[in-house]
Design a protein around this ligand. Sequence first.
Ligand SMILES: CC(C)(COP(=O)(O)OP(=O)(O)OC[C@H]1O[C@@H](n2cnc3c(N)ncnc32)[C@H](O)[C@@H]1OP(=O)(O)O)[C@@H](O)C(=O)NCCC(=O)NCCS
Length: 153
Amino acid sequence: MTELAIRRLTIVDLERLVALENCQPRPWSRRQLEAALNDADGCVLGAVLADRLVGHAVVARLPFEAELQAMLVEPAMRRRGLAAALLEATIEQCRRWGSERLLLEVRAGNAPAIALYRRAGFSEDGRRRGYYPPLEDMADANREDAVLMSRRP
Ligand SMILES: CC(C)(COP(=O)(O)OP(=O)(O)OC[C@H]1O[C@@H](n2cnc3c(N)ncnc32)[C@H](O)[C@@H]1OP(=O)(O)O)[C@@H](O)C(=O)NCCC(=O)NCCS
């Protein structure tokens, strides 16, 4: 595989980040992504392959902990270890911040993401019942639980 670079994204990367985020249902808006890139208390990491942005992770620094707020890999580039590499870099960033734990929330039905996080050493802390609206906007679809997970960086 062409050499992978994991690097911190800056405002210069906004257009590429918007394009990548738009490959999924319910993408973050341009405004949200711009705010994340400008947030001094956060970090947006990108996975870059042959100068193409193919994945990203958004992590926010909290007073004692850190929160993984988004993680995405382009569909055609999945199952090649890119999310695992992004997570490793995120954990390293949390160590530099001195965060006590790295927290995240994930849809209970998102088996790929839950498998990824378990494999990276996250364990389940609890659930928020009916936290997420249904993915398809169908009136009779059920809301989905959030699984709360964390690990020590
Ligand atoms: C979840 C996601 C980020 C994983 O990205 P990825 O680059 O494919 O993940 P990796 O290749 O690094 O996978 C690492 C490990 O995670 C687990 N995993 C990842 N995808 C999986 C899947 N579809 N099914 C089962 N396990 C999976 C496996 O243990 C995998 O190791 P392996 O390939 O050696 O078996 C990607 O599927 C994605 O972008 N999904 C949509 C957005 C999303 O759900 N983000 C998380 C929101 S909380």
